[in-house]
Design a protein around this ligand. Structure first.
Ligand SMILES: [Ca+2]
Ligand SMILES: [Ca+2]
Ligand SMILES: [Ca+2]
Length: 233
């Protein structure tokens, strides 16, 4: 088919950001999308899963460090201290919004998976905020490299650079994959459905990240199950 899809058509109600922070998130993603991505195929994203998984798991140490009372969750006070320590500045409102956005089970605490998503969103918001950016705005270079990979994966999927991945963009991304891995297409569609919580046909970066932590098996209680260890090449 080709051609530009008219933007007037669908009302896309749910894609209107709910908070200022969410609007900023979409803006940041649009900015990133306009810069392009180094991801070339859907399969290359899938191949990166084990490495991303490993890196996110290493984030556990950071989590434990900031979970001062060791109750398995980072509350707002602990989060503020965490930001302070990482020299990340947010307004009170932004902190509240960020916390709410990531506290998906609404228990007023950041579990490990929520914390992962939170940090990645912080990375997106803080990286490239000013043109004279430092290489590592959070001082966590390894983790930030992983976040960068996730951002790139999202940008690859977001073909029209509007800060959301639609179902048709997902299909497009899969169709571009030339290596003939049919099964990855089916997996991808299934994953899209998993990502799209509110079933509005659009996935934002936050939804994408939560889905990712689930695929990687990072859940609130991170039990020690050694899955079939996939060799990375
Ligand atoms: Ca705590
Ligand atoms: Ca929570
Ligand atoms: Ca899009």
């Amino acid at each position: 088919m080709g051609g530009v899809v008219g933007k007037a058509e669908s009302p896309k109600k749910a894609s209107v950001p709910e908070t200022k922070l969410e609007a900023k998130m979409v803006e940041a993603m649009q900015r990133r999308s306009s810069q392009g991505t180094n991801v070339k195929s859907f399969n290359s994203i899938i191949l990166k899963f084990p490495k991303i998984d490993e890196s996110l798991r290493n984030c556990k140490e950071i989590f434990e460090q900031f979970d001062e009372d060791s109750n398995g969750a980072i509350d707002q006070e602990e989060m503020k201290k965490c930001f302070h320590k990482l020299e990340i500045s947010f307004s009170e409102e932004e902190i509240n919004d960020l916390f709410k956005a990531c506290d998906i089970n609404e228990d007023m605490g950041m579990k490990f998976n929520e914390f992962n998503v939170l940090l990645c969103l912080v990375y997106l918001l803080k990286n490239g905020q000013n043109s004279l950016q430092t290489k590592s705005p959070m001082g966590l270079p390894n983790l930030e490299a992983t976040f960068e990979t996730l951002v790139n994966a999202f940008v690859f999927l977001d073909k029209n650079k509007d800060g959301y991945v639609s179902k048709s963009e997902m299909v497009e991304a899969i169709n571009e994959t030339t290596s003939g891995e049919r099964s990855s297409g089916r997996i991808a569609m299934k994953r899209f459905e998993e990502m799209d919580w509110d079933k509005n046909g659009m996935v934002n970066f936050k939804e994408f990240l939560f889905a990712f932590t689930r695929w990687c098996g990072i859940d609130d209680n991170d039990d020690e199950d050694e899955g079939e260890g996939k060799e990375k090449n």
